[in-house]
Design a protein around this ligand. Structure first.
Ligand SMILES: NC(=O)c1ccc[n+]([C@@H]2O[C@H](COP(=O)([O-])OP(=O)(O)OC[C@H]3O[C@@H](n4cnc5c(N)ncnc54)[C@H](OP(=O)(O)O)[C@@H]3O)[C@@H](O)[C@H]2O)c1
Length: 280
């Protein structure tokens, strides 16, 4: 049995599907049963990662665990997992874990999560994806009302990755076990600027989309309106100060899965229905 946390999220939902298609026994962790819409045969179970004591049922009989980073007491959770018989963990981390920058809120929680898993003495694989292609869904509200899209950090190239490719690598790690002890840097096949992604979306959606490139000050103000200050500072550090390189591409997805990672165009075509038609 493999337990997938974050099963309603971008990566978890793809992983539940991938494992289920591979014929694996899958259990999906949800906080709200009403959100549990999975393929037949997938067992949904409730629990809260911030409260490890709620995971007893979820962990029962599990040998492989897909784990999201950053929750309150991962050490307690991992101790419970070990006692329940979990053998292997695939941890969703990010490239910022490599920085081990404890003054950066994002790098800090990724670093602490990796440290907790290493200390657990379970077998582990760390998945360090760069930004997800699904982050483009944050433009949906703008796309619903017009063709101009305000883009943050316009000069930054990112080797964004399709969540389905992260899930494919996670499935290989959890099922095959040949990736134990590996730290996997995961990217897509191209390093694109936000305006390049908008150009791809314009072609896929057949709309005259225009990227309106925000200054660093405008980007900071937008971020500050949507997240706590320490995360604003973290992203400014990554993409204005340039502490995080997300542009360098890595061959890992193809090495693990035997096929190239999906392009942003492929992701956009697969998710075109999610982009609501323009309101008139
Ligand atoms: N976006 C990026 O570019 C990027 C890049 C690298 C790493 N990451 C990391 O990737 C992680 C997940 O990304 P994602 O896009 O899959 O996220 P997502 O789509 O927002 O999904 C988050 C998932 O976590 C679940 N969840 C939230 N709080 C929980 C809790 N207390 N207990 C149990 N489940 C909880 C949510 O379930 P509900 O349905 O109950 O809300 C949801 O299934 C994040 O931790 C992020 O740090 C993101």
């Amino acid at each position: 049995m493999i337990l997938v946390t974050g099963a309603t999220g971008n990566i978890g939902a793809e992983l539940v599907r991938t494992l289920s298609e591979r014929g694996e026994q899958v259990r999906a962790l949800v906080r709200d049963q009403a959100k549990a819409a999975f393929a037949p045969g997938v067992e949904a179970v409730t629990g809260d990662l911030n409260r490890p004591e709620t995971l007893t049922d979820a962990l029962d009989g599990v040998h492989g665990l897909f784990l999201l980073p950053g929750y309150n007491d991962l050490s307690d959770l991992l101790e419970r997992a070990k006692k329940a018989g979990v053998h292997r963990v695939a941890l969703l981390s990010s490239g910022s874990a490599a920085l081990q920058d404890m003054d950066n809120a994002v790098s800090r929680y990724m670093t602490l999560s990796e440290q907790a898993v290493r200390a657990s003495e379970l077998s582990w694989t760390f998945l360090r994806p760069r930004s997800f292609m699904s982050n483009a869904l944050r433009w949906l509200p703008q796309l619903a009302v017009g063709d101009v899209v305000r883009v943050q950090f316009p000069g930054v190239r990112v080797g964004a990755i399709d969540p389905a490719d992260i899930a494919a690598v996670a499935a290989a790690a959890l099922v095959e076990g040949e990736l134990d002890g590996q730290v996997l840097e995961l990217t897509g096949p191209q390093a694109l600027r936000p305006a390049d992604q908008i150009a791809v979306l314009a072609a896929v959606l057949d709309r005259p989309l225009v990227a309106h490139e925000l200054s660093d000050e405008e980007t900071e103000a937008e971020l500050a309106a949507t997240m706590p200050r320490e995360y604003v500072d973290a992203f400014l550090s990554f993409f204005v100060d340039g502490t995080l390189d997300e542009a360098t591409l890595h061959p890992t997805v193809e090495q693990v899965t035997g096929r190239p990672p999906r392009t942003f165009e492929q992701w956009a075509n697969a998710h075109a229905a999610a982009f609501a038609p323009k309101a008139h």
